[in-house]
Write a protein of this length. Structure first.
Length: 174
């Protein structure tokens, strides 16, 4: 039951932050097409490296790593003004996008190992429904004045970091 609650939290945070940063992309200085291209590259790299990190370091370390990267990216976006260097803010968005894409992939990789086979489909459904309810707020929050969206992004990433430390990974069902 603890793992189910924690996976609902982790799945919800991953989904919410993923879509929040995606909706926030339109406010990043520079060419929107170039920014979107780099965002996509960061996401592809995150998806490819997530399984390797999970295999070598385990679920807790992988979640801690991805939420740490995500939180650092959010803090940098929130507190370093784009007037310093607009390309620097775009780089920070890529760091945040990499971290949260990593986390979003991890929820799909880790969930099967935490639950018995006969419950996996139900767990996926429960987690996904709960996550989508929270994710409804992400486009609304992305329209708030800066730095509110990135402060919320950072806060939820830190909450995901804390929740990932409580996962019970000693029982494996694979």
């Amino acid at each position: 039951m603890l793992n189910l609650i924690l996976m609902i939290i982790l799945w919800s945070i991953s989904s919410f932050d993923y879509y929040l940063i995606s909706f926030f992309m339109k406010y990043i200085p520079g060419n929107i097409y170039i920014n979107a291209s780099f965002s996509t590259i960061a996401e592809i790299v995150a998806n490819m490296t997530s399984s390797v990190v999970y295999k070598f370091f385990g679920p807790k370390t992988a979640f801690v790593l991805c939420f740490t990267i995500s939180a650092v990216g959010g803090i940098l976006i929130a507190f370093i003004p784009s007037t310093v260097n607009p390309y620097l803010e775009a780089f920070f968005v890529l760091v945040a996008k990499f971290g949260i894409s990593f986390a979003f992939t991890m929820v799909y990789l880790i969930t099967p190992g935490l639950f018995p086979t006969e419950l996996r489909g139900t767990v996926y459904g429960i987690c996904n429904v709960a996550a989508r309810f929270l994710t409804i707020l992400s486009p609304i929050l992305a329209e708030f004045a800066e730095p509110t969206p990135m402060l919320c992004y950072t806060f939820t990433s830190v909450a995901g970091l804390v929740a990932s430390l409580m996962l019970v990974t000693s029982v494996k069902y694979d």
